[in-house]
Write a protein that binds this ligand. Structure first.
Ligand code: GRF
Length: 206
């Protein structure tokens, strides 16, 4: 069973999609930890309702409710975490953390990378930029995390037609639906060891 940790900063609808996929027996996972940089957010409530251990992380010790990344590394090692899933986590991970879990951290981004990514490109900022560009398609991307924002190799993408939308909010709604399918799909493929590197490209085997 794949042992995972999910990182969040907000609403937690992707966390919920992962947990639903587990309840439906689509995913064979054990969510060992929920990590948040916010003391209170909807995602934290979802984790608590599901009896998932919650950790609040920060790069500096703000107060004793937070732990540092060093501590998180030991917790993950003790729990033999196989995969770290960033599902709406807004802080940049420290290099030491990214290096420690090389190829074990994935992120979901609400656009088709490498467009509309990078610093400041999160949440509605992304959908507004997509709307203003007059793009006719958008979508979701799941990629490995490296030291640069939204830069790691792409694992999977799904596109959606947005040629008829009237607002960035409509784009967000269409993309979110896709996210909720794409993220559990990628986690499943990783669990099945079907995400491999071939000729320098990340591919998903059938
Ligand atoms: C999602 O759109 C995700 O792609 C982005 O942040 C949002 C998080 O939404 N990285 P939620 O907290 O999972 O509802």
């Amino acid at each position: 069973m794949l042992k995972i940790a999910v990182f969040v900063s907000g609403r937690g609808s992707n966390l919920k999609a992962i947990l639903d996929a587990k309840s439906n027996n689509y995913l064979n996972i054990d969510v060992k930890a929920l990590v948040s940089d916010k003391l209170s957010c909807l995602a934290v409530n979802i984790a608590k309702e599901n009896n998932i251990p919650v950790y609040f992380v920060s790069s500096i010790l703000e107060n004793d409710e937070f732990i540092l990344y060093d501590k998180l590394i030991s917790i993950f090692e003790e729990n033999a975490i196989d995969l770290i899933v960033l599902a709406g986590f807004l802080k940049k991970l420290p290099e030491i953390f990214v290096e420690k879990f090389d190829n074990k951290i994935i992120n979901i981004h609400p656009a088709l990378l490498p467009s509309f990514g990078g610093k400041g490109m999160y949440g509605m900022n992304v959908h507004r930029a997509v709307f203003e560009s007059s793009s006719k398609i958008s979508g979701a991307t799941v990629h490995f995390v490296d030291r640069i924002y939204d830069n790691g190799k792409i694992i999977a993408q799904r596109a959606v037609d947005i040629s008829d939308v009237n607002s960035p909010e409509e784009i967000a709604e269409r993309v979110l639906k896709i996210e909720h399918e794409l993220l559990p799909f990628v986690i499943k493929k990783i669990d099945e060891n079907k995400v491999v590197n071939k000729n320098g490209r990340v591919v998903i085997l059938n």
